[in-house]
Design a protein around this ligand. Structure first.
Ligand SMILES: O=P(O)(O)OC[C@H]1O[C@](O)(COP(=O)(O)O)[C@@H](O)[C@@H]1O
Ligand SMILES: [Mg+2]
Ligand SMILES: [Mg+2]
Length: 280
């Protein structure tokens, strides 16, 4: 596992440079989800793949930017699913973006995720590694230094409501309104990595990306985005649900499957469960 963390650190140093110097324009191609890929998406993907190909303990990889699983070492132990540059369309307005990695064993599904890592590229570069606990590191003089463990409070103050509001179910809108009416503050940049990092570091709150009339299964991808953060939120003492159950109990039938998702501290997660259970 340590060599995988080191490999991710190397990718972070190279992607930091790419973000600083690269072309933020569109490429000619689309990924499997139908998003037009930016040149930065493709280049970040190439950086990570090139680094992972050298790691003997990795059995297979799959990227948000690719159509299928790549088998690398038949006697490798770990499977890695990654989103090379989450929120890539925010680079041209100079907001924070990230890379997300889910580390799995045996098969790519929620039951088999054993660790996750995400990197935030903001004013500073930080890396958060979740195994049994959640540890944050910061890039200082080109090396990642341990800074702190991350633990959520039982209840927070931030509300990050995702997706297109005119496609929300009325009960979801009511839930979000009620949370604001209780004094929560809006914090939503449109980058999952910095938005969730903020909730983790500020002690709690709620990030939601529900199923909507145009996207009943939400937008965020299970293997590359939702499961890695679900593990981080659970190990930090909070929760991650699809409205009804833990997202780490959601079934995956295709590598690019999405799921509605809610991440937060326990109080807010309980609140979502109460509202959703009455509105099946
Ligand atoms: O603009 P919306 O619909 O709220 O979606 C925002 C979400 O989409 C994403 O940008 C999707 O990720 P990609 O940039 O990797 O496609 C998340 O980072 C973010 O939480
Ligand atoms: Mg993404
Ligand atoms: Mg992406």
């Amino acid at each position: 596992m340590q060599e995988i963390i080191k490999a991710i650190e190397e990718s972070a140093r190279r992607i930091k440079y790419l973000i600083e110097t690269g072309d933020t324009g569109k490429s000619q191609s689309e990924n499997s989800t139908g998003d037009t890929q930016l040149k930065l998406d493709i280049q970040s993907d190439e950086i990570i793949e090139e680094i992972f190909l050298k790691i003997p303990s990795i059995k297979a990889i799959v990227s948000e930017e690719q159509d299928s699983i790549k088998n690398i070492n038949s006697d490798g132990e770990f499977l890695i699913a990654y989103d090379p540059l989450d929120g890539s369309s925010l680079v041209d307005v100079n907001l924070s973006v990230g890379s997300i990695f889910g580390i799995y064993k045996n098969e790519f599904n929620a039951q088999n995720i054993i660790a996750s890592v995400y990197v935030v590229f903001g004013p500073r570069v930080e890396m958060v590694v979740t195994t049994d606990d959640v540890k944050m590191y910061r890039l200082l003089n080109n090396e990642f230094k341990f800074i702190q463990n991350i633990k959520l409070n039982e209840k927070g103050k931030l509300n990050a409501p995702g997706s297109t509001q005119n496609c929300w179910a009325p009960f979801h809108k009511q839930l979000i309104d009620d949370i604001f009416n209780d004094g929560y503050r809006l914090r939503y940049s449109g980058g999952m990595v910095p938005d969730l990092h903020q909730i983790l570091l500020k002690g709690g709150g709620l990030f939601s990306y529900p199923g909507t009339s145009d996207k009943p299964k939400g937008k965020l991808r299970q293997l590359f985005e939702v499961f890695p953060f679900a593990l981080a939120f659970e190990k930090a003492g909070g929760g991650a649900i699809d409205g009804f159950k833990r997202v780490l109990e959601v079934e995956t039938s295709h590598i690019h499957d999405t799921t509605p998702c809610f991440f937060g501290s326990n109080n807010e997660i309980k609140r979502v469960l109460e509202v959703y259970s009455k509105n099946v």
